[in-house]
Design a protein around this ligand. Structure first.
Ligand code: NFS
Ligand code: SF4
Length: 677
């Protein structure tokens, strides 16, 4: 462990920046620890096809001004690359100091992530609105989970009794859309109605309640422009307001996707590139938004006969990234890979089409596809990739368009080059579909009235040590999946109950950590006892996994709902709940915005790749230390998986210890629970 990342006993408080220390990892020559990806990278080498793994190496060494967050390009007098330690170079042309530049860059990354998630949520809300108003035919979309719709309506304070379902859906959709454009100062509904009263008070007190998502993004772009805010703390507060807007948009996405496509329930499927089966017409759906991909699944089923006529056994839809997670958890669609494996799926030579919607789509998929028969189809007006097909996807003729794309895949199947087929056998069984509702049902097997108490009791009694959320991407600074898996296995062996989303869930799934019954293999004694009790009580048809798949990245809000439920059950605010988060291989701006709201919600949050904030001791200190005092959450920035495990366990232990002490004191003196964290 480098001195920079020394830990205090409390699990927080990284030491101040040591000049000259650079704990970043060297480029990991292993590239990936995924056995399927290894095989396909060999294939790439043999064929002379460049992948992101090669281009990452070609980029080395990366610019240290950029890595430190000290390069400012906010105005076109710049770029100003500053060095806080060098006289004359210690500020930008306008006089902006290290802390201003680093904080601005960070806040703008949060704005980028928020824009992605919230636009996704807006899209879903508009789809629901159009369904409710009868503008989209039943064959395309319908309200699948009326119960959830009613629960959401009640939560946000709408009258539900006697209101017909379509009208209720219309009102819920309009309430969601109001969170985008409210012009008064009340907080966003989806934020305010899903958090603890303690968090409500905290956000009000700090003045970081967003009143509207679009406004938060606009404001932070204004606040961080040339000649605007120079106070790093004020900029960070603005960044957190934006991050809470991100949370709002994500929660809207999750809630309304459940209404339209169904709330996930446990489902068994498979993961890794071996799910691409050369006997079938293979279509990968890649991106994030389930509105498109769920229709591709329907269209594939409808056109199976056409595929058979073309000589295939049928149509096999597989998923990549979060669209893959959405389809896996609702329809049991195979998950082919996470973000770093997208090019490799094409290199199997048996992928007939890749249909992409939004986000995390590397433009290079087109270049790789050029060496193969794969037809890449872009579908969103905001995502056009030169040289690919562009199909204009509209909700009102969604099924028709999806069929058109499946037919393109069937035609493409006929153009396969048998010499280039290089599929792999690596695939793992997965049990996915753990919405919070499904997980609560599982807990209810042991306590029907207070299911969440089953979890909190197991922690207080020491059977398990707490809960960890694994989230975030692959980042090629780390061998693909290596950090996810090392930290996951470390926590499981130490009896931490683990849920995962996004590409972290993909890593766990591909490595067999979500296989039915896998908790017996990876869990410590306490975790095995806990999950064994749950399995026996629920009498589930499937075995329980070691890591629970909580969905796509927007579904991190399902995990947030879990810690909120635990806080309510324990009678405390979130900063006292034994819950930690980790993004071992964070990459996207979306990961920056998620990490920021997770910290503001009160959760210790590990990030395994250094964010671009090392250029300012002040900003670094705010994220790793001051944040704890204000919000109870803080960043643990540590690229070393072993020390990350130790620090996450420390953080859990500290919370459990404090919870026990405060409970004992309250019992002894007959007082209410201390609110100190
Ligand atoms: Ni999340 Fe999901 Fe993956 Fe990262 Fe990209 S797919 S939205 S951003 S890379 S986890
Ligand atoms: Fe340079 Fe200031 Fe312009 Fe940034 S805003 S590029 S520091 S002059």
């Amino acid at each position: 462990m480098s001195p920079r990342h020394r830990n205090t006993q409390l699990g927080f408080g990284a030491t101040a920046k040591q000049p000259g220390a650079r704990p970043r990892r060297e480029a990991d020559a292993r590239h990936t620890v995924d056995p399927a990806a290894c095989e396909l990278l060999e294939e790439a080498k043999a064929r002379g096809i460049a992948t992101a793994f090669d281009r990452f190496l070609a980029q080395q060494p990366q610019c240290t001004f950029g890595l430190d967050g000290l390069c400012c390009r906010v105005c076109i007098q710049g770029p100003c690359r500053i060095n806080p330690k060098k006289a004359g170079m210690d500020r930008g042309i306008c006089g902006a100091r290290d802390y201003t530049i680093v904080a601005r860059n960070l806040a703008r990354a949060i704005a980028g992530g928020t824009a992605c998630h919230s636009d996704h949520g807006r899209h879903i809300a508009l789809t629901l609105l159009h369904v409710a108003q009868g503008e989209i035919g039943e064959e395309n979309y319908r309200i699948t989970d009326e119960d959830k719709l009613r629960r959401i309506a009640q939560r946000i304070g709408l009258e539900t009794a006697g209101v017909p379902v379509a009208e209720l859906a219309r009102r819920v959709a309009l309430a969601a859309l109001a969170d985008y454009g409210r012009y008064t100062d009340e907080p966003c509904t989806w934020l305010d109605t899903t958090i603890t009263s303690g968090r409500q008070a905290k956000f009000r007190h700090c003045g970081i309640n967003p009143s509207a998502i679009d406004r938060a993004v606009t404001e932070i772009m204004n606040q961080t422009a040339m000649g605007m805010d120079a106070d790093p703390v004020n900029i960070i507060f603005g960044g957190l307001r934006t991050a809470l807007a991100d949370y709002t948009g994500m929660h809207i996405s999750t809630d309304l996707s459940d209404v339209l496509f169904g709330t996930p329930t446990p489902i068994v499927s498979q993961a890794n590139l071996g799910v691409i089966d050369p006997d079938y017409v293979n279509i990968a759906t890649h991106g994030h938004n389930p509105t498109l991909s769920s229709l591709v699944v329907d269209a594939a089923a409808a056109l199976a006969e056409e595929a058979r006529q073309a000589g295939a056994k049928g149509v096999n839809v597989v998923g990549i990234c979060c669209t893959g997670n959405e389809l896996l958890m609702r329809d049991g669609v195979y998950l082919a890979s996470n973000v770093s494996g997208q090019e490799l799926a094409i290199m199997t030579g048996a992928l007939d089409a890749m249909i992409v919607d939004v986000q995390c789509i590397m433009p290079s998929v087109r270049a790789v596809a050029e060496c193969y028969h794969t037809c890449v189809i872009a579908t969103n007006p905001l995502v056009k990739i030169p040289g690919t097909y562009h199909v204009d996807f509209r909700e009102e003729k969604a099924l028709e368009t999806a069929k058109e794309m499946v037919r393109l895949a069937i035609q493409s199947y006929g153009r396969r080059d048998p010499d280039k087929i290089r599929t792999t056998d690596h695939r793992q069984d997965v049990v996915a579909g753990w919405s919070l509702e499904a997980f609560t049902d599982l807990l209810a097997g042991l306590d029907r009235d207070r299911p969440v108490k089953v979890l909190t009791d197991a922690i207080l009694e020491g059977e398990i040590r707490g809960v960890a959320l694994f989230a975030g991407c692959n980042n090629l600074k780390v061998a693909q999946d290596s950090s996810h898996l090392a930290i996951l296995k470390g926590l499981l062996a130490n009896d931490v109950f683990v849920v995962a989303t996004g590409c972290s869930a993909g890593a766990a799934a591909k490595a067999g950590l979500m296989a039915p019954g896998s908790f017996e293999q990876f869990g410590g004694e306490g975790l095995k006892r806990f999950l064994g009790r749950l399995r026996d009580a629920a009498g589930t048809k499937y075995g329980l996994p070691a890591v629970f798949h909580f969905g796509s990245c927007v579904d991190n809000t399902r995990a947030a709902d879990l810690w909120t439920a635990m806080a309510r059950e324990l009678g405390v605010d979130v900063p006292k709940v034994p819950f930690v988060a980790s993004a071992p291989e964070a990459m996207h701006e979306k990961a920056v915005s998620i990490g920021s709201w997770v910290v503001a919600m009160g959760i210790p949050t590990h990030v395994g790749v250094m964010p671009h904030i090392e250029g300012s001791e002040l900003v670094y200190g705010v994220g790793t230390q001051v944040a704890h005092d204000v919000y109870g959450g803080y960043f643990i920035l540590d690229p070393n998986p072993e020390s990350a495990v130790a620090r996450l366990l420390d953080a859990l232990e500290y919370r459990v210890w404090k919870l026990r002490v405060h409970r004992k004191a309250a019992e002894r003196f007959g007082t209410t629970l201390s609110t100190v964290y």
